[in-house]
Design a protein around this ligand. Structure first.
Ligand code: ADP
Ligand code: MG
Length: 441
């Protein structure tokens, strides 16, 4: 990917993560000037900006570059005043071309383009119900998940749906980081502090992203606690996201933990193969490109990380397809997969480990799993084993069937389909299988 293109994509990704004010303050006149031997050199228009980027945004920039290129870079910042006069980076791509209004909402993140699968359906359903019955059903609603799994997207989707229903509603999307920064600036004077309180306490829908950021910040927690209470008591809807459950966030005050846990808490799990495939299909379509299903499946099978990483890989692939017309798409896919291979679990999980874990969790034995018994106590773990063998290894259906006592291809396929349906209907079973998966990875 060309440097400028890469930086444009990096900025587009960062723009969503960072508050509007901060993005506008620090990023517009930056430029990626070189990318050599694991080092990314970024030009900044002033030393103040270079310092801020180093202190506050280096990690985000690094992670985004890694998502987009599949490589790790050290960052170096350089002040180059000549860029002061250069025009702003142009159009940040179709998804981000809409200017954000004062709600902070990104219009491109909607329920319509949020692809639902087993791993995120609970969160999706809860999000939807909050837009239908704000303030009463689940308050606060909190999503927790690892990075790049759709928390921010879902949160904006709630905001956008809310706004469509009631254009006059006062909505505010705010990363916890921005809340902190705004507060620190506001408390400098009594007047601005009062304005700040008024602004946050007269909101109908408050969306606060990444509340783990509040950890250890006492003054912010105090302020946030008061804001929270005021909104909550007047029946306003609050939605929060976090990388962990509230009680797992260290240095978060007990009273906040208890407030945050008082409504609905739902997780988003890493996407399974079906969802990865569906997302890649949709994102390809959104970008006005076409890729055949075999190619999409190959990507979905190999890249087991977050949805953001999937998107990064797709971006790489689409760029390669455009620029390497003489190479076959299959070869390009391999290139992208190699490039992103660090996203896969370090060693792929061994079938033996999967079967062992299934037996342990479902309290059955290898003999039962591979044997002829078709009572439901054995069929369920057997189907779960089929599912996990397909999810976590690159074994074919035929091979999976063989491992489970020589069952044929169609029995295996049926088994996988059945367990997926059961997981969909039974969140506890879904959780149980996911836990086995996580423990294996
Ligand atoms: P998080 O906030 O959990 O780190 P994001 O919401 O920023 O993750 O999601 C990362 C990227 O993946 C975004 O571009 C988002 O649009 C996309 N994404 C996540 N989940 C889905 C989904 N279910 N359907 C479509 N796109 C998704
Ligand atoms: Mg996020």
């Amino acid at each position: 990917m060309d440097k400028n293109e890469l930086w444009k994509n990096t900025l587009a990704a960062l723009e969503v993560e960072i508050s509007k004010a901060n993005f506008a303050a620090f990023f517009p006149k930056t430029k990626l000037i070189s990318l050599n031997q694991g080092k990314a050199m970024i030009a900044c228009p002033s030393s103040l900006i270079a310092e801020r980027l180093t202190k506050r945004y280096a990690r985000m920039i690094k992670e985004t570059l890694t998502d987009l290129t599949g490589k790790n870079y050290h960052l170096a910042f350089e002040v180059r005043r000549s860029y002061l006069s250069s025009p702003k980076p142009t159009n940040l791509g179709p998804l981000f071309s809409h200017l954000r209004d004062n709600t902070g909402l990104v219009p491109a993140y909607t329920f319509e383009n949020f692809v639902v699968g087993l791993s995120n359906q609970l969160a999706y359903t809860a999000a939807h119900s909050v837009t239908d019955q704000p303030g009463s059903l689940h308050n606060p609603l909190l999503f927790y998940a690892g990075v790049g799994l759709g928390k921010t997207h879902l949160m904006h989707a709630i905001g956008n749906a809310f706004k469509a229903k009631d254009p006059k509603a006062r909505i505010r999307y705010c990363p916890a980081e921005s809340f902190t920064n705004e507060m620190i600036e506001a408390i400098q004077s009594r007047r601005t502090a009062a304005q700040f309180r008024k602004r946050f306490r007269s909101i109908d829908l408050l969306l606060v992203d990444d509340i783990q950021f509040l950890a250890g910040r006492e003054a912010t927690q105090e302020e946030f606690f008061n804001t929270f209470n005021q909104l909550y008591l007047s029946g306003k809807q609050i939605v929060l996201t976090s990388d962990h459950r509230p009680w797992e966030i260290r240095k978060l005050e007990a009273r906040l933990v208890s407030r945050f846990s008082g409504g609905m808490i739902t997780d988003i799990q890493p996407p399974d193969l079906d969802l990865r495939f569906a997302i890649l299909k949709q994102k390809t379509k959104e970008r006005g490109a076409t890729l055949n299903d075999k190619i999409v499946l190959a990507l979905a099978e190999q890249l087991v990380g977050s949805i953001r990483q999937l998107e990064g890989a797709l971006t790489q692939l689409l760029l390669l397809v455009q620029t390497h017309r003489e190479t076959t798409p299959e070869e390009l896919v391999n290139l992208v997969i190699q490039n992103n291979s660090f996203h896969q679990p370090s060693i792929s999980v061994s079938p033996k480990a999967i079967l062992g874990e299934i037996c342990r969790q479902f309290k059955t034995s290898r003999e039962e799993l591979t044997g002829p018994n078709r009572s439901s106590e054995v069929v369920l773990p057997r189907q779960a084993a089929m599912y996990l063998l397909r999810e976590l290894t690159s074994l074919s259906l035929k091979k999976v069937g063989e491992l489970l006592g020589g069952r044929d291809h169609s029995t295996t396929l049926y088994g996988i389909k059945t367990i997926k349906q059961r997981m969909k209907a039974d969140p506890i079973l879904h959780r149980q299988v996911e836990m086995i998966k996580t423990s294996l990875q």
